[in-house]
Design a protein around this ligand. Structure first.
Ligand code: OOB
Length: 548
């Protein structure tokens, strides 16, 4: 199709020209990629998990069958489809099935519940949802049916059946049953949006991130190069695979790009993932810092599992303390690569051959020569070299706008197209960045982001809560945790942490967003500058909790 997807902000024509002429945007689509691998190395193993071991030929065959089945349901190019799947081989089958059809996966996390999925379904206009039947004792098929009842356009609930063969619920469709007459699919343009990713922490209308084949494949290709992937790579997906980090930094897509293998670990805890490393011969994986610490502790204590296949460990999603970074290589017998990235685009890596000091004490540098970064003050003016400031960026794989969300775009992008990351960083003279924290009210709970505003809205609905402010408090395990400062509606009957957690959970909110701590106080502190903005209150409370 020649016209861009409505609601998508393309790069300006001059940039498009530049990125094409540089060979960054190649015109290849994700479907082209799979077809190419299936034709050049059909026997190589593309995906493995506890139950499946699919060659590129087998994956390609399944993708055609699935795409035909989806087409049979009336799903067409550019339709949006929510994908909420755990780390199983079918994840790869489903997203490439959608790519073949030209339909857009919308990447949801298994931890999402109704409070997240219903607004995502509505904002994306999704026509279908693909989900697991049960996962970790939770009935995802039931959740998907509740979401369908609320989302105007959502017609189909497609369920990956349980591994014990239990029948899928009546008014849903089993993934394995989807097939249709073989057909030719019209090739989509590489400049088209390939999928929608989610931004961490949003209120109201979710911030959906449109990524094109051209821009995302460039980031995958460059990541694969910088992480030295090749056909012998076995990438272990330990973090939830729908997240941008295990998806593309270099992630499962990097492994497929390199003609290697994607190995799925059902969860990232050492007890499960070490067995998966051994069984699949994983060579590389990615972890958030708290998990990396658990892996190091377990390995140092001695593990019966053979981890010797593992050569590279990427750590990112939240700040990796220098002390931990120094420990990971020796503990796990790997080269550490720090990665500082965001679903909106920019990804920075330390390089495999960097001196140890850079690997340990920085979050790396942008992966593209054409990533532009600026470190600015509140007014947008550059800060003096070597001082902390706010990071802004633009470049060949950083979006120019969220999907269909002018209000968020006005806040998050400058008029000339720079993305305001919200991260406070220091740019070192050697070009590497050190991440100091964030300016806004997002708590980074070991890589899982919590919007203070979003959680406050849930707390305010509690009958015993008159007002609530969420701040982050330092935590030795997660980096940060959420603390709710609350004014009680009736001081004689203050709410407890248990009450509010239960209340928020019952509103259908993902478990990682429940407050970790609760402090009932009489009044919010004076901010001293005559300002009563929530931001000022948050920083006053954060200072208070840091001092206590
Ligand atoms: C990754 O993506 P998102 O979209 O979930 O979160 C992005 C935010 C960044 O703006 C920053 O605040 C934080 O997560 N972050 C880090 C970090 N990596 C991400 N903060 C400190 N140090 C790091 N190394 O989290 C993501 C996407 C692609 C690759 C890696 C992470």
């Amino acid at each position: 199709m020649d016209t861009p997807l409505p609601g998508y902000t393309p790069w300006p024509a001059a940039d498009t020209e530049l990125y094409r002429s540089l060979g960054y945007w190649t015109g290849e689509t994700f479907d082209d990629l799979l077809r190419a691998r299936a034709s050049t190395t059909p026997e190589a193993i593309a995906v493995v998990d506890d139950q499946h071991r699919w060659s590129y030929r087998e994956l390609d065959r399944r993708v055609t069958t699935l795409a035909s089945g989806l087409a049979e349901l009336g799903i067409v190019a550019r339709d949006r489809v929510l994908v909420q799947l755990p780390n199983i081989a079918e994840f790869v089958e489903v997203i490439f099935g959608l790519f073949r059809l030209g339909a857009l996966p919308v990447f949801c996390l298994p931890a999402h519940r109704k409070a997240e999925l219903a607004p995502i379904a509505q904002a994306s206009g999704a026509v279908a949802i693909v989900t697991a039947h049960h996962h970790q004792l939770f009935d995802h098929a039931a959740l998907a049916r509740t979401v369908r009842a609320e989302a105007t356009a959502l017609r189909h609930v497609i369920v990956v059946g349980d591994r014990d063969g239990t029948a899928v619920p009546e008014d849903t469709l089993g993934l394995a049953d989807l097939r249709g007459p073989a057909r030719e699919f019209e090739r989509v343009a590489a400049s088209d949006v390939a999928f929608l990713q989610l931004s961490g922490g949003s209120t109201g209308i979710p911030k959906l991130i449109p990524r094109t084949h051209d821009d995302y494949l460039y980031s995958v290709r460059r990541s694969a190069e910088l992480c030295a992937l090749d056909a012998d790579t076995v990438y272990l997906a330990a973090l939830p695979v729908a997240h941008n980090f295990p998806m593309s930094s270099p992630g499962i897509l990097g492994a497929l790009y390199a003609g290697g293998t994607v190995a799925m670990s059902p969860d990232p805890a050492p007890s499960t993932a070490f067995a998966a490393v051994e069984r699949f011969g994983a060579t590389i994986t990615g972890l958030v810092p708290p998990l990396a610490r658990l892996w190091a502790e377990r390995a140092e204590a001695g593990t019966p599992h053979d981890l010797s296949s593992l050569r590279v460990l990427l750590v990112g999603g939240a700040r990796c303390p220098d002390e931990l970074a120094a420990r990971l290589g020796p503990a796990l017998g790997v080269t550490l690569q720090q990665v500082f990235g965001m679903a909106e685009g920019l990804v920075c890596y330390t390089r495999l051959d960097d001196p140890q000091e850079i690997i340990v004490a920085s979050q790396g540098r942008p992966m593209s020569d054409h990533d532009q970064i600026a470190v600015v003050d509140e007014a947008g003016a550059p800060v003096p070299a070597g001082t902390d400031g706010l990071l802004q960026t633009k470049g060949p794989y950083t979006i120019r706008g969220y999907y269909n969300n002018p209000e968020a775009n006005a806040r998050s992008f400058t008029e000339d197209g720079w993305y305001r990351t919200g991260d406070v960083v220091c740019l070192r003279p050697d070009g590497n960045l050190v991440v100091r924290g964030r300016r806004d009210d997002r708590v980074n709970r070991g890589g899982e982001k919590v919007s203070a505003e979003e959680l406050e809205e849930h707390l305010l609905a509690h009958p015993s809560v008159r007002d609530a402010i969420i701040v982050s408090v330092p935590d030795s395990h997660l980096g940060e945790r959420t603390c709710a400062f609350v004014l009680a509606a009736d001081i004689a009957k203050p709410p407890t942490l248990g009450d509010v957690r239960k209340f928020v959970r019952e509103r259908g909110v993902a478990a990682w967003k429940l407050p970790d701590l609760l402090e009932v106080i009489d009044t919010f502190p004076e901010t001293g500058v005559g300002k009563t903005s929530r931001r000022a209150l948050r920083s006053a409370l954060a200072q208070r909790s840091a001092g206590s």
